[in-house]
Design a protein. Sequence first.
Length: 320
Amino acid sequence: MPNPSAQPSALLYAAAAGDASQTRRLLNKTSAAPSIPAAFFLALQNGHADVITLLLANAASLANATLGNGCTPLYTAAAKGLAGVARALIDGKAHIDTASASGATPLFIACQRGQSATADVLLAAGADATLADKTGATPLYVAAQNGQRTAVETILLRRPEAATSGLEQPKATGAAPLYVAAQKGELVIAACLLRAKAQVDQLTKNGASPLLVASLQGHSTVVSLLLSSAADPDLAAADGTTPLIAACSSDACPARPCPARALLGAGATVADAEGNVTRSGLALIAAANRWQDDDLIRLLDERLPEGSPSSSLRGSPDGS
């Protein structure tokens, strides 16, 4: 077997193996200089922070070299969750917020992939948590979207203002992190965002609230959480759909009566001031009978004005 120390590529062997002692010795040789960039990228790919520190001392510009798609070494470290490497690069003067071709910063990709320790290193070093990618999504949004609970907690611990910045909205939908957490039934993430003072009734571009989408998806625990945080049970989307109508819209989820019951208990309107049954009330009457939910029908009877159709619809499969 060839002796690596006798080969022109000896520095590459040492960097790839994470051998800091051998790397230090080889860097003292002038013949090592041409191999430093390749050695650096080998150390980066293999997560060898000590070796990266040694190589940057001899070629500082590598800390901000551009890889494919405009990615920097720090972006690569963030994507891989190499917290020690990220720290070494930052100490080597890497630019913290340089974005990729898609507009994603190192913090963005770390949060998207749930690399919480690396995200914490970046935030501690001053990474901007409000920088969005080209779609308008921020690190907090993608962490919530991907169910990365620890990443959400990390951002909110370091940058609690991120929950209320008003910038957490992809351009296409206008959905805030709380909305996407509600949509996916991420109770812990929703609770974290609400503790950080996220706006409970922030609407998407089509006027949908977090409560409406949680009701639509049948996420009962999230619905209860939002209602306990003073979400408006009657806040309708642009097409007039209320959370109660959304909760009654499908039989796909066996738990669907539960959001409806919580909304009714929170005061969702089922009849107007003149005693006329509202669209929400009619939807709930039909759903209660469709679900054959006698308890819900009883609750409706208590809320609806005398002579309403709730009892007469008992047993009707479609509420017609």
